[in-house]
Design a protein around this ligand. Structure first.
Ligand SMILES: [Zn+2]
Length: 339
């Protein structure tokens, strides 16, 4: 069955395939685990693990200076970064829909109006794009990878959250996208300030980008870096553990000891934190792959504690992390190899 699914599967739009096709007993077991995990996620937050990982909806918006005209805004869902210059403002991510108006007001206070000259989306998740309409009035460039635009313009089902996502209103869609094959990094200039960005393929999702402010030595990593919490591997939209390890390595190569890395949510990280994340991802990947290649499944991985020495450092649901790592590994690399 898995070989047959793999044969059918050839695109990143994999959301509906999984439940429609998975019928074998092995897959049924896998599905039960996912269902249980998704159920737990729904009970706990009603909106998915990545949302639970983020700030509560009633958390206060807080703006703190980072460096050289950069501000980190927390409490809007995912982290939001704002660069204000005399020539205009650049905003990275737009928080959750629930905080969109509050965030837009705060950004306007700090940057003057209009609110942003360019808005970046690090990936499609609602806690990073939920305020796009409020943050980017008509005509504002919204920069993202093309895969992010594709997810935002489509209705699809995310198995591990047991949740449907609706097509987003057109005003929220990224309108300045790039493809993986484009020469990178790409740049946006605002006045004399240059902002760099590039794709991090198949990491947290298939549309992750980093946004780097070279003058300030600050990198906004979106979902590719987490602060003391297991990363979310959203395999339904193209994330997988090996891609996230590669993304982490790519970011480490851009860091020195002074670099500030803004994670998905939570406090700013340093190069050493990224090195720890890379080590964790590579170790867990190796263990999961070894068990999968023996024809064993996610319950064995959880039972064998493939994350055990990392659980003290990384909060969050290690079972969901393991399960999503396995799923992403299977879809991305093992395909029909595992029985
Ligand atoms: Zn995310």
């Amino acid at each position: 069955m898995r070989a047959r699914i793999a044969a059918c599967f050839g695109t990143t739009r994999r959301g509906t395939w999984v439940t429609a096709e998975a019928e074998s007993s092995v897959d049924a077991g896998r599905r039960d685990v996912l269902k249980a995990l998704a159920g737990a996620a729904m009970l706990a937050g009603g909106g998915g693990a990545w949302r639970r990982a983020c700030a509560a909806d009633d958390e206060k918006l807080t703006a703190g200076a980072l460096r050289g005209g950069l501000t980190l805004i927390t409490g809007a869902g995912g982290n939001v970064v704002l660069l204000t210059t005399p020539a205009g403002a650049i905003q990275v991510d737009s928080g959750s829909p629930e905080r969109a108006q509050d965030l837009a007001r705060l950004v306007a206070e700090r940057s003057g109006s209009p609110p942003a000259r360019t808005l970046f989306n690090t990936h499609w998740h609602l806690d990073h794009t939920g305020g796009n309409e409020a943050a980017a009035p008509t005509g504002t460039p919204i920069v993202a990878h093309e895969n992010t635009r594709l997810w935002m313009t489509t209705k699809f089902y995310v198995e591990w959250e047991d949740r449907y996502y609706q097509r987003r209103p057109k005003a929220a869609w990224p309108n300045k996208t790039f493809f993986s094959s484009d020469p990178q990094p790409l740049f946006v200039d605002v006045g004399k300030t240059r902002v760099e960005y590039a794709h991090l393929p198949e990491a947290h999702t298939d549309g992750d980008i980093y946004v780097r402010f070279p003058e300030q030595n600050v990198i906004v990593a979106g979902g590719a870096v987490t602060a003391s919490r297991y990363p979310v591997l959203d395999y339904i939209t193209g994330g997988w553990i090996g891609g996230l390890a590669d993304a982490t390595k790519k970011l480490i190569a851009l860091c020195d000891a002074e670099t500030l890395v803004v994670p998905d949510v939570g406090p700013v990280q340093r190069r050493a934190d990224l090195e720890a994340q890379k080590e964790m991802l590579e170790t867990v990947r190796q263990r999961i792959e070894a068990i999968a290649l023996q024809g064993r499944g996610v319950q064995d991985m959880i039972a064998e504690g493939v994350t055990k020495e990392f659980d003290a450092r990384y909060a969050g649901d290690s079972k969901l992390f393991i399960s999503n790592a396995y799923e992403g590994l299977w879809w991305s690399r093992l395909r029909g190899i595992v029985a």
